[in-house]
Design a protein around this ligand. Structure first.
Ligand code: SF4
Length: 353
């Protein structure tokens, strides 16, 4: 299913003006986009939206992507789990995945018949790259009988060696379910999340929960000491941290969870202000989704997530580079699919809560 080169037309003056209005309404001006930048952005988003229809493509975007990608061209926005599910349900012929490589690979594993394009082919992930398939096999032989539970932020090769995939949102629920029939679980590759899970589930590290020393370069570096400072500065602020943050930080915040849980918390509560300790893209999205609420900035940029911009999305639609096409060998794909489907079963099984 090769993609033919097809250049997008230029928008008319009226179409461009309407696109600027649409982006303004979506909240880009509120995020600081000035007139000239808005017009430049609108020209790209208009072209991308025209071309994606012609190419029967969909554009999923992770919540950490640039605001102009999320608000301008994305058809679906979410965390890794939500995007993986939505791609599997879509009838589109191709997917232009605005995220990082492991996410595009997951989309390919679940959608072998679709062409999956990654606009920034070099977009990796420090966490995903912290473990290899051979290391998972070695762990399995050291801990025979213990199921290998793998965070979704991993390569298809690593998923293929695993029993169940989890996300930050469903990991506690799935591990609880597995502990009904197992005394020991191997959890890879995020050390911080592993420590947080052990604490939440009351399990001993090394004995009942074996973890790996992988880390996210974004969430690994937040400073627990500054939380106290912000609490004094913004009385009543609710502080939310991602599950990939350190246990020291997690122990002093008001809420811990995945990105979807954090957005829901903001939606459900009436605090004077919120601090979202995670990648900065979530704060941008929250500010546009909840314009009446106040947010205190404390975030870090993920260089991998921010590698995708609109010009690269357009290029992926017009004339994708060979390196943008995601392929997973069939033998790996079939083995990687099973632990992902196991996650869908366990995450949606009411008895696992
Ligand atoms: S934020 Fe962390 S886990 Fe997510 S892609 Fe970046 S490095 Fe990987």
């Amino acid at each position: 299913m090769a993609v033919k080169e097809l250049r997008a037309p230029e928008p008319s003056a009226a179409a461009l003006s309407a696109e600027v209005d649409r982006l303004t309404e979506k909240g880009l001006a509120d995020l600081g986009f000035q007139d000239a930048e808005l017009e430049k952005t609108a020209r790209l988003t208009w072209k991308i939206n025209v071309l994606k229809k012609e190419k029967k493509a969909i554009i999923p975007a992770h919540v950490y992507q640039r605001a102009e990608v999320i608000l301008g061209v994305a058809d679906m926005i979410g965390d890794s789990y939500k995007l993986a599910k939505l791609c599997a349900e879509s009838r589109a012929e191709r997917v232009v995945f605005c995220g990082v490589r492991f996410m595009a690979e997951t989309a390919k594993v679940l959608n072998p018949e679709k062409e999956i394009l990654l606009p920034a082919p070099e977009a990796g992930c420090s966490l995903s790259e912290s473990i290899t398939a051979a290391q998972v096999r070695a762990l399995r032989s050291t801990h025979p009988g213990a199921p290998v539970v793998t965070y979704i932020n991993t390569s298809a090769d690593v998923k293929a060696e695993s029993d169940v995939v989890v996300t930050s949102a469903n990991a506690p629920k799935i591990l609880r379910k597995l502990y009904e029939t197992h005394k020991k679980i191997v959890f890879i590759p995020d050390e911080m999340m592993g420590r947080n899970l052990a604490r939440e589930l009351g399990k001993t590290l090394g004995n009942e929960l074996v973890i790996w020393e992988g880390s996210c370069m974004v969430h690994d570096n937040f400073d627990a000491a500054s939380v106290e400072f912000y609490r004094k500065m913004y009385p009543g602020v609710k502080i939310l941290a991602h599950f990939e943050c350190s246990p020291g930080l997690v122990s002093v915040v008001d809420f811990i969870g995945g990105t979807g849980d954090m957005m829901k918390y903001v939606d459900d509560n009436k605090a004077p202000a919120y601090m979202l300790i995670t990648e900065c893209g979530l704060g941008d999205l929250a500010r546009t989704r909840f314009p009446q609420k106040a947010f205190v900035p404390m975030c870090r940029l993920c260089p991998h997530m921010k590698a995708t911009d609109l010009s690269r999305v357009l290029r992926a639609l017009e004339r994708p580079a060979a390196s943008s096409r995601i392929d997973v060998p069939e033998a790996i794909r079939e083995r990687a699919r099973r632990p992902i489907e196991r996650m869908f079963e366990l995450a949606e099984d009411g008895s696992a809560s």
